[in-house]
Design a protein around this ligand. Structure first.
Ligand SMILES: [Zn+2]
Length: 585
């Protein structure tokens, strides 16, 4: 490609609306442009990056035995009503009416459609396992699209869905997908952490996420450097502390706390730290109220609470229920004297000496509360969200909290969707059984943005060769000098013939502008033809990543370029192992 024949509208200024590094650089490098809230156009260079990522994903999916299909993004609303996901997605779902007044949705993911497709076209266990995937646009009406292409309302995903008769077959395909994902991210040059993820209301099912560490990542995970345990904070277990041994000699007293209903307000009013307080949260589980206790500085984890209660889900009780359970308005609940409701406490609660809690009466709290002495819990469980510094559930060493960008997700679905849409197949005995399913997603645009977040310096993007818009830029520094132009043309031609993906910067621009744009866009290699060529007959080959440079004769160029590209590719961060729960670096 010749620079003057393509469209690369680079920008000098940093766009004001862009917060994230990837957003700024992709805009400035002329690779993307915003259309509306959370929607972006990909210009020629940006589209080349996406195409290369898609090619890697497609190759690895095909290699794993998955079959590519394409399903519509436009659905009749009924198919989501059937599975119950209208409520699950709620406002995140794009809904509309067509000209005939029929309601439709734009697909957020494709579980329902693919399950119905298999229900109607597969009948025997002999056709299993079956893994179907597509690379297609998804839509989610994010409350707050942000960070440019990292969190958008329209995005490209690779989503795969596998169908099995038995759990053991699902587990095999799941491992196959895991290995394919490791290969995909390794080839894209990304380092990642595989974290255990929340499996939601399905219970017990395995789910893992591929996270790229990033300060602006909207996912939080904890990681234990000692044993390698890593989990999304939503999912992470916390090692229980040793049994509490409290002195219990403080005096239990009621104190007035008019209008102070939050941890922050009470903490300020009584001058106590949040970790000395006990939060009492009234929830509804299976139609009955329960009281969940967590320390003032901890967050209750609804998924863990639901699992502890062996129920699909819990929801915060309404004000009326809270008043009838505690006898006090919202904000003054406490475990002391609480009757007729199951009390489930987090481990840490039982260690708070001289605690502060609500007094179950308006405008009052209790101080000097001693767990065990003043109240008992029916059950003591791990029901809080993990935090930085918590003990590892496997080895009890300290875990570190990090932000990550989720680029891939593996999920054992079980029979949730096959039961919802009545998708069964006949086993060897001729019995109809619901399909056991898995689903596997990769965010294509997110890979591009995550790579920019991870690999950029003060001058611009540093693309790994495999997904760079072009591998090499050939830069003639003086377009008015015939010998320089001819040498650059010749170098460009040699690279193309050698199968190198090259672009020739044939603009009549100053050298400074050409170098600036080459750095900003982040081509892995630059071939520079300057004044020196006229004297020495040598070209300069420069590496974007580490600014290495070497002079060489034109006839050496193709081979040296291929060697350097292979070297850059091999030295990209690589997964440590292709095992679940292992960290890739
Ligand atoms: Zn550990």
């Amino acid at each position: 490609m010749r620079w003057t024949c393509t469209l690369i509208p680079t920008m000098k200024e940093t766009p004001v609306e862009a917060e994230a590094k990837s957003h700024v650089l992709l805009l400035r490098a002329g690779m993307i442009r915003k259309l509306g809230s959370g929607t972006y156009s990909y210009l020629p260079l940006g589209q080349r990056v996406l195409n290369k990522i898609v090619a890697i994903v497609r190759r690895e999916m095909d290699r794993s035995g998955a079959l590519e299909i394409l399903m519509p993004a436009l659905w009749p609303v009924e198919i989501m009503a059937e599975s119950g996901r209208l409520e699950v997605f709620g406002e995140d779902l794009f809904r509309f009416k067509d000209r005939h007044g029929r309601e439709g949705v734009l697909a957020p993911t494709h579980e329902e459609v693919v399950t119905a497709l298999v229900r109607d076209n597969v009948s025997s266990y002999r056709q299993l396992p079956l893994n179907l995937y597509q690379i297609q646009t998804k839509f989610r009406d994010e409350v707050r699209p942000r960070f440019g292409p990292l969190r958008t309302r329209e995005f490209i995903m690779k989503d795969a869905y596998s169908f099995h008769l038995e759990q053991v077959s699902l587990e095999q395909t799941y491992q196959e997908m895991f290995r394919a994902y490791c290969r995909v991210f390794k080839q894209c040059g990304l380092d990642y952490v595989v974290v255990e993820a929340e499996s939601g209301a399905m219970g017990g099912a395995l789910s893992q996420e591929f996270m790229v560490p990033s300060a602006i990542g909207d996912d939080l995970y904890v990681e234990c450097a000692a044993c390698g345990y890593a989990a999304n904070v939503e999912r992470a277990d916390v090692a229980p502390p040793p049994p509490a041994c409290l002195k219990g000699d403080c005096e239990l007293k009621v104190v007035a706390t008019p209008g102070a209903t939050t941890i922050e307000q009470v903490s300020r009013l009584l001058n106590v730290r949040p970790e000395q307080m006990i939060k009492t949260l009234i929830y509804r589980a299976d139609g009955r109220p329960v009281a969940a206790l967590v320390r003032g500085d901890h967050e209750l984890n609804e998924g863990k609470l639901a699992r502890a209660l062996s129920t699909p889900g819990v929801e915060p009780a309404d004000a009326q229920t809270i008043e009838s359970v505690t006898g006090a308005p919202v904000g003054f609940a406490g475990p002391v004297g609480l009757k007729g409701v199951e009390i489930i406490a987090d481990h840490a609660v039982m260690h708070v000496e001289d605690a502060v809690t609500g007094a179950n009466q308006a405008d009052a709290h209790l101080v000097g509360v001693v767990p065990g002495r003043d109240f008992g819990a029916d059950r003591i469980e791990d029901i809080r969200t993990a935090a930085d510094g918590d003990p590892c559930p496997r080895c009890r060493r300290v875990m570190k909290l990090s932000h990550g960008l989720e680029v891939g997700h593996l999920f054992q679905l079980g029979t949730k969707y096959s039961e919802a849409v009545g998708a069964t197949c006949l086993d060897a005995e001729g019995r109809a059984r619901p399909y056991v399913m898995g689903c596997y997603g990769i965010g294509v645009n997110r890979i591009a943005a995550a790579v920019v977040e991870r690999f950029a310096d003060e001058n611009g993007i540093v693309w790994p060769p495999a997904i760079a818009p072009y591998e090499v830029v050939v830069i003639p520094l003086d377009m008015s000098e015939q010998k320089i132009v001819a040498a650059a043309e010749s170098a460009y031609g040699m690279l193309l013939r050698a199968g190198v993906d090259a672009i020739l910067d044939d603009r009549s621009e100053r050298p400074g502008v050409k170098f600036h744009d080459a750095d900003l866009i982040g081509f892995p290699l630059r071939v520079v033809v300057g004044k020196g060529f006229l004297n020495t007959g040598q070209l300069e080959l420069q590496v974007r990543r580490d600014e290495r440079r070497a002079f060489l004769r034109p006839e050496e160029l193709a081979q040296r370029t291929q060697e350097l590209l292979a070297q850059l590719h091999a030295s990209a961060p690589a997964p440590a192992g292709e095992n679940p729960s292992q960290r890739g670096k």
